[in-house]
Design a protein around this ligand. Structure first.
Ligand SMILES: Cc1cn([C@H]2C[C@H](O)[C@@H](COP(=O)(O)OP(=O)(O)OP(=O)(O)O)O2)c(=O)[nH]c1=O
Length: 191
């Protein structure tokens, strides 16, 4: 069975991958996460997921099966990554309040020079949030390292009226698509 490596600094992604019951190591890779001019959100997350996996794979042997992932929130065509500070987090949450946004999560597998990328798309509807609620949520610090300034697995669960798609995808690693990639690499057995 190939060595499985998760190219991620995200504790959420580690937790999610462990949910599949596989053994893996972590090799955290930093890549420039700025969207290219005019880049579509779906292209952006797929490109970054692949870039993270490729960066780690370059440091490992060709036998390693490397996973990279990326997640963004999209509202009216605008990409929301991680907020730079508390004010940016509050501004994102004001925009998301009372609306439905899209969460795109891509997962890429790189092994022996070959790669596959899968995309998960979810629709998330927030109820209307009061200014006091947004301020209190920002005070928790939870928004700061999360795309779109919220964590579905944290207190923001109370904001979400409706989810259509993948809970694990919104949290950062779409497990249905990830399991497919792992089965394709022989890391998960399906027969
Ligand atoms: C929307 C949402 C995002 N997130 C997190 C998952 C990701 O860690 C982060 C999106 O940022 P990413 O840039 O995709 O990932 P990252 O920089 O945290 O980690 P990596 O090293 O793999 O690049 O937002 C949640 O934890 N819960 C949520 O509900």
């Amino acid at each position: 069975m190939p060595q499985l490596v998760l190219a991620s600094t995200s504790p959420r992604r580690r937790e999610l991958l462990a949910q599949l019951g596989v053994n893996f190591e972590v090799l955290a890779m930093a890549v420039d996460e700025q969207p290219l001019p005019g880049e579509l959100a779906a292209d952006h997350v797929c490109r970054l997921a692949l870039a993270k996996a490729r960066a780690a794979a370059a440091q490992l042997g060709p036998q390693a099966c490397v996973l990279g992932a990326d997640t963004v929130v999209v509202l009216d065509g605008e990409i929301f990554g991680k907020p730079v500070d508390r004010d940016a987090a509050a501004a994102m949450l004001r925009r998301l309040s009372g609306h439905t946004h899209t969460v795109l999560s891509a997962v890429a597998r790189v092994q022996g020079g070959a790669h596959v990328v899968r995309l998960s798309e979810s629709e998330v509807t927030f109820r209307t949030l009061s200014p006091a609620e947004i301020a209190a949520y920002c005070d928790t610090g939870e928004p700061l390292d999360k795309a779109g300034a919220y964590a579905i697995q944290g207190r923001a669960a109370a904001f979400i009226r409706h989810l259509e798609g993948s809970y694990s995808g919104v949290m950062g690693l779409p497990l249905f698509e990830t399991a497919d990639l792992l089965a394709g690499a022989g890391v998960l057995v399906r027969d």
